[in-house]
Design a protein. Sequence first.
Length: 508
Amino acid sequence: MTSTLRPASMTREADKRPGRWLALSVLVLAVLLVAVDATVLGLATPYISEDLQPTGTQLLWIGDVYSFVIAGLLVSMGSLGDRIGRKRILLCGATAFGAISVLNAYATTPELMILARALLGVAGATLMPATLALIRNLFHDPRERSLAVGIWGATASAGTAVGPIVGGFLLEHFWWGSVFLINLPVMAVLVLVGIRTLPESRNPDPGPWDLTSVVLSLVGVIALVYAVKEAAIHGLTSVTPGVGLLGAVALYGFVHRQLTLPVPLLDMRLFRNRGLSGAVLADLLTILGLSGLVFFLSQYLQLVQGRSPFEAGLAELPAAVGAVAAGLVAGHAARRFSVRSVVSGGLAAMGLALAALTTLSRSTGYPVLGAALLVVGVGAGFSFTVTADVILAGVPKEQAGAASAVSETAYELGAALGIALLGSIMTAAYRDFTGPAGTPEGAHESLGAAVEASTSMPPHTAHALLDAARDSFVHGLHLASGAGAAVLLATAVGAWFLLKGQRLGNAG
């Protein structure tokens, strides 16, 4: 009996690659790079509004074009990494990410800023799928992989804390472009250390990289999300249905092509796995429900409650702390209880916390906000860590890049849709305020524009304008938080059924 068990034991030990934890530290740097970039943008938004003077629509584009592009390219880049090597595409993408961050920092017009964010999305699309795919290939032991995924997710959450704090410090001492330049030292360490420590991995028999599928994926996602965004802001104009139809047709063409290609860019048969499909859908809807809050919370803290950028960053810290703590124990909790109870419980907690934010006022004390953010972070840490593990465990390691890309596409698509839909609800509610006589039309575009306009008004008129604009902004935040809460609570119920019977692997 002992001799029968020994080969399996020896195989498991052989699967534990030496240096895998050092390699993981490089991968989480890439996650940190993307997370920091996403969070500092929210803090910098008031300064970008003041300096570049974008319209409300341009401000939304600055916030979500990164997600549009990255969502459209993630599957393509994940599949490309499976083909040419995940290490290679990760290091090339990190180098490009750092270089394009400089373009973001020195953008001089709203249009150039939107272009810079779009290019950053192209580079960012190479990073996230490669990190998760390399984790799948570095860690074959299910329990170790769960811990590695937890560390991966915790680092992303830590980035949401580090970003605002470091960004807030920079914004108080330098110009807004400095928040993008902090990417450079992280990128440099990642590339230099990654060259030495990361193993190369790829699909040994990947087939050709189908450019037609790449174009269909990119056009489909961007056109469909653009149509949703425009319809939410301007209603059904003459252009919106056509763009939406173009996106739907392109995505249909993408799916049909994947089902007919001998070696598809994305194997659609992966979605026959109910656990994988449920995890992907849960991620998408969760981020959709959260993203409007994330995008506008920094503006609430700074422009409504009058906090400095650094104080606003510290105020958002409980969410990251909760996510880090929950992410590190999520795998253990899912094994002790069940996948669906941990995911659904996390989603429900986030939904209830967002519902509590519908009671915010301009003078709400920090304990209420801090407690709600802590609950959001804990719920997100449990939910996202377990769903990422479910997705990775549900595919062969040769397809890890494509599967990781699906997971990240759900995340980015949810972010884009959430900013578009909940952000549009917020913007529409904000624009409806009635200001004092002499209020410029631009003040209705964004709260930042109203604050800027007030500086050139007589004190009494400026005070009346700011009161009206801030009250309207808080009302819009209530609507966006309520809508997000409804989405998250509905997703919690759906995840309970979709993830029934799903389990994480156990080490032998």
